[in-house]
Design a protein around this ligand. Sequence first.
Ligand code: HEM
Length: 393
Amino acid sequence: MHPFGPEATSAPHPLYARLREEAPAHEFAVAPNFNAWLITRHDDARRALNDPRLSKNVSGAPIRTSGGWPVELRAAMDSHMLSNDPPAHTRLRRIVSSAFTARRIADLRPDVQRISDELLDGFAGRDEVDLIGEYAFPLPLAVICELLGVPMDDRDSFRAWSNTIIASALAQGDALAAATAMNDYVRELVERKRAQPDHALLSALVTAADDGERLTEDELTSLVFLLLLAGHETTVNLIGNGVYLLLSHPEELARLRADRKLLSPAIEEFLRYESPVKTATLRIATEPVEFGGVTVPAGAVVMVSLLSANHDPQAFADPERFDPARADNQHLAFGHGIHYCLGAPLARLEGEIAFNGLLDRFPKLRATQPLDELIWRPGALLRGLDRLPVMLS
Ligand code: HEM
C-alpha cells in the first residue's frame, strides 16, 4: 500500500503502524522515475530532521510543481529559510527572528480575537455552517495579512492569489498567474513600506539587518510566500482536525467544556493525533545516511512522516488513544532541529482563540454527518479535511 495513496489519506494510522514495524525507512515511488524514502519512527524522525547530511536545498529534485516557471519567479518564491541550509539558513532565520518576536505575536492577540469574533458573528441566525470554509480557512489568512501589514483595501486580491497558489498543486496555469501577480504586488508593497513604515512585520523586515546585511528583494518576497504557504493551510488543519477529533470523542469534548485549562494540552494532542503537516518537506541526502541498519543512498530524496512518528508506541503511551490531557507530549508536529516551525507560538495562539470562540458560543456544536464519511484532502504533505459541516444549535 502506498503511504500517500487514497487508503492512507482516509485511514493513515493502521498503515503507518505497519510501516513502522516493518522497517525504519521505506523506499517508494512518488512519481514515474522518482522514488523517495519515508522515515516513520519517532527517534529516526528526530535524528533525520537534525541531520546536516539531509539538505533542504532541493532545487534539483524532480518533484517541484514550479519546475517550469520563470527563473526570476522561482528565485522570488524560493529564496527563503526553508529552502536553505546553513550558513544561508542561519542568516535568514536570524534576521526574520529579530522581527518575528514573542512580543509581536503577543501584540497580535487582540487582532486574532477580533478576526475570530467577526467570523463567528457572521454565523448569527444560521443552523449549519462548513467550519473549514467559513472559519478555519479565512481566520489564519486574515491573521497573516494583519501580521505582515497588508492594507485592508488589498486583502481581497491577496486572499484570491493566495487561495489559487495554495490550490495550485493541480492547476499550474492559474497558480503561475497568481504567483506572478502576488510577486508584483509584494514588491510594490515593500516599496510602500520603505516610503511609509508602519508597525507590522514586513516593515520591520525591510529595515531588519544582520551585521548590517539586509534582506534582498527576492528574500523579502520569498518570505511572504513562505509565511503564506507555511502559515495558512497548516493552521486551517489544526483548527479543522481539532474540531473533528473533539466531535468524534464527545466525552472528551464534554471534559474540555467543563475544564478549559485542558485546552492547551488538548491543542498539543490535536497536533500529535492528526498532525496538520503529516510529512516534513523534502530533504536530499548529500551522502549515505543509515537508519537502524537501512542505508539511504547519497542523492536520495528523504521524507519524514511526522504523523507516523507522532503515533510511535516507543515515544507515546497508548498512541492510538486520543487523550487531550496527555502529559509530556513530545510530538514532532512543528518539526525539529534548525527548521523547527518559526510560527509555532502564533499557531498555538490562533488555536487557543479559535477553539475558545467555538466552545464559548456553541454549547451544542455537533456534526451533521457521520464523521467517518468526511473527505480528507489528498496530498503527501498536509493532513486536513475538505469540508466540516456542523450544526451550531
Ligand atoms: C516550518 C508546521 C504554522 C511559519 C515548519 C515545519 C513544520 C511546520 C513541520 C518544518 C518543516 C520541515 O522541517 O520540513 C506547522 C504547523 C502549523 C504551522 C503544524 C500550524 C498548526 C505556522 C505559522 C507560521 C509558520 C502560523 C507563520 C506565519 C513557518 C516557517 C517555517 C516553518 C517560517 C520555516 C522555518 C525554517 O526553515 O527555519 N512549520 N507550522 N508556521 N513554519 Fe510552520
